[in-house]
Design a protein around this ligand. Structure first.
Ligand code: 1AE
Length: 415
């Protein structure tokens, strides 16, 4: 490659740096890396006349590093390569970012996007969370402990009255939030607006007895061009939060919602479909980028992801990296993590150890499946929280807490 391509300084605010893990022949690695850097930016370099080179130089990608990770791997070496892409080639959409760093390239054999470094100025161009951890706590009035969220189960086909009953039972357990199931799109029996209004009335009725008003995270559904208006309307009607299937809709849809100052409720990001991106160790995009870095940039206030322990799992290392994206100091507010899938009260001590208190305990089956019903399921989570806060084992606490005792009898408890 012509040296002039390297004329810029080290990685700097003019470049997004993407790190890929790929399998290729050792003797062609360098050419492959250069092919990516040039191919995804200006297309060709060596064939350009000098005047044209000067014109496009600021738009040209460059190879920042090549490291062989496993030289004895079958079918070629495994290597990591770093490619710097000029910010000048991007606008402030995820469409431009993702298409540039992993558009056509994602289809070019065994290659995985492992890390993505954005300069701060570019990060600032994305909205980030409107509420973040402290804003969410303030909005729901929850301090000094994790939030507890219950998930509606089996909603499609139910009448509004039946749904309200289900909401009421969950709220009676004292949970901070009840979220829609992400698969609930049908509005045959009750529109999202009708649900928001009816659940709010129910939440107030329950609060008159419990002293706690449970918020509702409504699934934001429908055609993309209607989402912002719908979100505003649902917020005005009293929705506590908006549940968004971010990967299915696209990160720019979330960013649009987060940027809108009139949408005044926190956004709860669901990871549906994300496994198709991060599931393979050799293809796709690393889970921490999809569910951590991009979610925060796009404006999720609360981020659901598969926990390390439940029915759909994410590995420990991926979880650590994901958490770092949600929580590290940076230009945007921090995101409240909701490790999910198969969460039950007996996991609370482990969740405290792994995540601390800035956390959402999010459970569907672990609340509805409680032998005493959803209300006792929620109560069992609060029993477990108070045991951990007092330094008590769950077994000791369960002696005079029937909801916790029944949960432990059913699902067990981790010390
Ligand atoms: C990681 C997604 C978890 C989810 O969407 C969900 O509905 C979990 O339900 P349970 O708690 O596993 O029943």
């Amino acid at each position: 490659m012509d040296d002039t391509i390297h004329a810029g300084t080290d990685t700097d605010s003019r470049y997004v740096v993407a790190t890929y893990r790929l399998r290729d022949r050792a003797d062609t690695l360098e050419a492959r890396a250069e092919g990516i850097a040039i191919g995804l930016t200006i297309g060709t370099w060596t064939d350009l006349p000098n005047a044209r080179k000067a014109q496009v130089a600021a738009h040209c990608g460059r190879v920042e590093g090549i490291r062989v990770i496993d030289e004895a791997a079958p079918g070629g070496v495994i290597a990591e390569i770093d490619i710097a892409y000029p910010v000048a080639n991007l606008d402030t959409t995820f469409a431009s970012l993702l298409t540039t760093v992993f558009g056509k390239l994602s289809m070019d054999g065994e290659i995985r996007l492992q890390r993505l470094h954005l300069p701060e100025d570019l990060e600032r161009a994305y909205p980030g969370p409107k509420f973040g951890v402290s804003g969410v706590r303030e909005r729901f009035g929850v301090y000094g402990r994790p939030l507890v969220m219950s998930i509606f189960k089996a909603c499609a086909g139910l009448t509004l009255d039946e749904l309200v009953d289900q909401f009421g039972e969950q709220a009676a357990g004292g949970v901070d939030l009840v979220k829609d199931d992400e698969i609930f799109f049908s509005e045959v029996h009750a529109s999202a607006a009708e649900r928001v209004v009816a659940y709010r009335e129910k939440a107030r009725e329950v609060a008159a007895q419990t002293g706690r008003e449970t918020a509702y995270a409504v699934n934001l559904t429908g055609p993309v061009h209607q989402l912002r208006d719908k979100a505003k309307r649902l917020a005005e009607l009293g929705a506590g939060a908006l549940l968004v299937n971010v990967v299915a809709y696209g990160f720019d849809v979330l960013a649009d919602l987060a940027r809108d100052p009139d949408i005044s409720v926190p956004i709860l990001a669901h990871p549906a479909v994300s496994g198709a991106l991060y599931g393979s160790p050799n293809y796709g995009i690393a889970a921490d980028i999809v569910l951590g870095q991009l979610m925060r940039l796009a404006g999720a206030d609360m981020g659901i992801f598969p926990s390390m322990y439940g029915s759909v799992t994410l590995g420990g290392e991926a979880t650590e990296q994901l958490l770092a994206h949600l929580r590290k100091d940076g230009v945007h507010r921090k995101v409240l993590p909701a490790p999910s899938a198969g969460i039950y009260p007996g996991l609370v001590p482990q969740l405290y150890r792994d995540f601390g208190i800035d956390l959402i305990l999010n459970a569907g089956g672990g609340i509805h499946g409680h032998p005493g019903g959803a209300s006792m399921g929620g109560q069992a989570f609060f029993d477990a929280i108070s045991a951990v806060q007092q330094g008590q084992s769950l077994q000791a606490a369960a002696v005079d807490k029937p909801a916790l005792a029944a949960a432990i009898a059913k699902w067990g408890a981790r010390a």
